[in-house]
Design a protein around this ligand. Structure first.
Ligand code: SF4
Length: 213
């Protein structure tokens, strides 16, 4: 069993509830979406087909506590389901970063699924698979990347419409890089007393978004 891999590396988690913790990242190649702010376009194509056993050996070589499967869109490769299961069986704390456009129902529930809800100004809002919300648990996280005030207002309506704060562990509002001023988003959240976590992407602050971090 093989997966197409763009990179495997050890760094600090740059977002989500495990932000700042040393984590192995497995970046799978390919994504069917084209968000206008995408910062991993280098993962759309190329990559290398790697045996699942070799992926597990590479991960083990770092002796990590945390492993994050990301992309691209990892679930675009069906073998991702088995990868997630084997990582959980090996005892790692596993997270999955997914666009929210593909079915998450077959993923191991030991995995903390970090599911995007794509906003209108991402230009991929039509790809949201809202059925996914039915499968979310208190081990999961939802992320909104906010590009504008309109996006912020849209995200607020989704919080209420789907009662998200009672479904998941974390709801993350993150400003789209250089599209919304971080302080502006922070002020909106405070003014509305929203039950969400404001978050800046740590890897952009520390490493200016270089691949491999
Ligand atoms: S889903 Fe993620 S990887 Fe795919 S285009 Fe959007 S931001 Fe980029």
């Amino acid at each position: 069993m093989k997966l197409r891999i763009t990179e495997i590396f050890y760094s600090l988690q740059g977002e989500s509830r495990t932000i700042g913790l040393p984590t192995v990242f497995i970046r799978l190649t390919g994504c069917p979406l084209r968000c206008q702010y995408c910062d991993t376009t280098y993962a759309f194509k190329g990559g290398e087909l790697v045996e699942l056993t070799a992926i597990m050996e590479k991960v083990a070589s770092y002796n990590p506590h945390y492993v994050c499967v990301t992309g691209g869109e990892p679930l675009a490769q069906p073998n991702c389901i088995m990868l997630l299961k084997q990582l959980c069986d090996a005892g790692y704390q596993v997270s999955l970063e997914t666009s929210g456009a593909l079915d998450i129902s077959a993923t191991d529930t030991r995995v903390s699924r970090v599911v995007d809800l794509k906003t209108p100004d991402s230009q991929e809002v039509a790809r949201n698979l809202y059925e996914n919300i039915n499968y979310l648990t208190k081990n999961d996280q939802i992320k909104f990347v906010i590009c504008s005030r309109d996006d912020y207002d849209w995200a607020k309506t989704k919080l209420i419409q789907y009662d998200l704060s009672n479904r998941v562990d974390e709801i993350i509002f993150s400003p789209s890089f250089q599209q919304v001023k971080p302080q502006q988003l922070a002020d909106w959240i405070i003014a509305d007393n929203l039950p969400v976590r404001f978050q800046l992407q740590l890897h952009k602050i520390l490493w200016n978004d270089e691949p491999g971090h």
